[in-house]
Design a protein around this ligand. Structure first.
Ligand SMILES: [Zn+2]
Length: 206
């Protein structure tokens, strides 16, 4: 498995292309499809699906072009479909946790609401794509109408229980990097620490 990272758009959104042999998936394609196509073509990757960590526009702007070009579907949390402008024909709704085989890879969709109701953290092997739920030393905003701090607390506790060596690729490089590990976050992320130690007052600090 090979991972290509692109940081696109003014908010430095991370788009990830995960390759297995000559197939692949694209996570959160947005802002610049040409750069994404270039990587797919250079490495002879046929994308089999698009996975959206959540429905905010900065994670899917222009993604329709990719879905149409390759005639593939986008997997997205059911509750977030209403946040997007993507036609429903292009989407497959995710509900709760599930595990699917796509492009020769076992893909675990972990429902981690909080930033949005339909936020997902996507685990492939020992790699977690955390979208806007978990950042390096930080977490996603919970002040949107579609956010919920109590849900975020529970989601952070869930992620904290993943194997320590899990590599985490985040939705933006809002912290020092776009890449971290669960072990590093347990040590350095005060939000994750508070979610574990002070669940009842967690929402008050956000
Ligand atoms: Zn977001």
């Amino acid at each position: 498995m090979k991972i290509y990272t692109l940081q696109l758009g003014q908010m430095g959104n991370c788009t990830y292309i995960v390759q297995k042999d000559n197939q692949g998936i694209v996570i959160d394609p947005s802002w610049n499809m040409r750069k994404i196509y270039k990587i797919l073509e250079e490495h002879l990757i046929t994308p089999k699906a698009v996975l959206f960590t959540h429905g905010h526009y900065d994670h899917l702007t222009d993604a329709q072009d990719l879905l149409e070009t390759y005639k593939i579907k986008g997997y997205i949390g059911k509750e977030d479909i209403g946040l997007t402008t993507l036609p429903e024909d292009f989407l497959i709704a995710l509900e709760g946790d599930c595990c699917l085989q796509i492009a020769g890879m076992k893909i675990e969709f972990i429902h981690t609401p909080g930033h949005t109701k339909g936020s997902y953290s996507i685990k492939i092997g020992n790699v977690l794509f955390s979208g806007d739920t978990l950042f390096c030393s930080s977490i996603g905003r919970t002040d949107f109408p579609e956010s919920n701090a109590k849900d975020m607390q529970k989601s952070l506790v869930r992620l904290s229980k993943l194997p320590k060596e899990t590599l985490v690729y985040t939705g933006h490089a809002y912290g020092p990097s776009f890449k971290t590990t669960i072990e590093e976050e347990l040590k350095n992320n005060s939000f994750m620490q508070m979610a574990i130690r002070e669940p009842k007052t967690f929402g008050d600090i956000l």
